[in-house]
Write a protein that binds this ligand. Structure first.
Ligand SMILES: Nc1ncnc2c1ncn2[C@@H]1O[C@H](COP(=O)(O)OP(=O)(O)OP(=O)(O)O)[C@@H](O)[C@H]1O
Ligand code: SF4
Ligand SMILES: [Mg+2]
Length: 365
């Protein structure tokens, strides 16, 4: 399917943030998000879950999205999938899926895209599975929406998918109900459901958190296979920088609903530019380095997204906020390109960042 990018829409986006700092989508982007805002009005106030976010994912590429709990990762995924309850959310900006605008699209249009064009592995499997239907039935139905095959063929495909995600005795388990599965098995069944239509865009939201290490590796292999076979675009959301290091081509670091750093994965690991990313790297265990004994948590906790701190939302926790002549407390740092294809949001000058990196950070990561 082809469709035209609505250029006029980009020109109408917020002039302050421009196109969320990234400019127009590159020609090879399958998913392009620009200046996305997702706000929830609640009795306690407006929750600014996503507040001016931009990124791209091309076919055959994996984008890792990392950030502490509550940074807006799941809300971003649900926005792309069009899964927020109507009437509960205010969305603006742009989400283009293969050139088709999803912000403001009607729910039938977005529903028709789910399954084959985009699918999601949810953080919470129970939210994705219907309790009254067998696991097999749900995979069969999902498959037959997009494939003109008999029920028997789809049933065989469901068994095959359950086997591929490591469910023992898939021939008998296919007729179980979700509640008959353990938590880890439900997670795998949901993954089977999401992968069953070979989606062009797969969003995996903490896909392996509840699983043991062996199954984790199997699931990540499955995602890799899908990508190799069908050249899918993948968004992998995780707290585990080790997982991202292994699978992601690009990494987006989020804080308080905003992008703080965005670049190729090797750049983020070898030459990170932003204080929050430095903090994350120092505080997160990585499978590729035996350094658990040196983990240093970022002091403090992420802010409420109802009362987001002024200026740079990270300033109450940032060791370098005082170096910016007050800007960190008063002005939102623009999301800008500081090296080729490497964007950050931070008021520090390049000389300051280089100096801090060379003298304080490099040796400790
Ligand atoms: N429907 C909603 N109504 C109001 N607030 C919401 C809603 N959904 C999410 N939020 C809030 O938006 C913020 C971001 O939530 P989100 O689930 O995206 O975080 P996350 O980055 O996925 O965190 P985690 O790593 O814990 O999964 C949180 O403060 C959350 O409470
Ligand atoms: S803008 Fe200021 S507070 Fe924010 S990360 Fe940069 S130095 Fe720290
Ligand atoms: Mg989440």
């Amino acid at each position: 399917m082809t469709s035209t990018v609505d250029r006029a829409r980009f020109d109408s986006l917020s002039p302050v943030e421009g196109l969320g700092g990234l400019g127009r989508p590159p020609a090879d982007a399958f998913l392009s998000v620009r200046d996305l805002q997702v706000h929830f009005p609640t009795d306690d106030g407006l929750v600014r879950s996503v507040d001016g976010l931009s990124f791209d994912v091309a076919r055959g590429r994996t984008l890792g999205i990392v950030g502490e709990s509550g940074s807006g990762k799941s809300v971003t995924s649900m926005s792309v999938m069009g899964l927020h309850k109507p009437g509960t959310v205010r969305m603006s900006g742009s989400i283009l899926l293969d050139g088709q605008e999803l912000v403001g699209a009607d729910s039938d249009t977005v529903r028709a895209l789910r399954g084959k064009r985009m699918a999601m592995i949810f953080q919470d499997p129970l939210s994705a599975m219907h309790p009254f239907y067998t696991v097999g039935h749900q995979i069969v139905e999902a498959y037959r929406v997009h494939h003109n095959v008999s029920r028997a063929v789809a049933y065989k495909h469901a068994i095959d998918m359950l086997g591929r995600v490591g469910i023992p005795q898939p021939r008998s388990r296919v007729d179980d109900y979700p509640h008959q599965f353990s938590g880890g098995m439900r997670q795998r069944a949901m993954i089977a459901m999401a992968l069953s239509c070979d989606p062009e865009l797969l969003i995996a939201d903490e896909p392996t958190t509840a699983l043991d290490v062996t199954v984790q590796a199997q699931i990540l292999d499955l995602i890799r296979d899908l990508q190799a076979e069908f050249s899918s675009a993948v968004i992998l959301i995780t707290h585990d920088l080790g997982v991202v290091a292994e699978l992601a081509d690009d990494i987006l670091v989020m804080y308080a609903g905003r992008a703080v750093e965005y670049s190729a994965a090797e750049q983020i690991f070898e030459r990170p530019q932003q204080p929050y990313t430095w903090g994350l790297l120092a505080s997160m265990p990585r499978m590729d380095r035996a350094r658990t004994e040196r983990l240093r948590p970022i002091p403090g906790t992420p802010p409420s997204l109802i009362t987001v701190p002024s200026g740079c939302p990270f300033h109450p926790r940032c060791a370098y906020a005082d170096l910016t002549e007050g800007l960190s407390r008063t002005q939102r740092p623009p999301f800008r390109e500081v090296l080729a294809d490497h964007h950050i949001a931070c008021h520090l000058t390049s000389a300051q960042r280089r100096d801090i990196w060379d003298n304080e950070i490099r040796e400790t990561l």
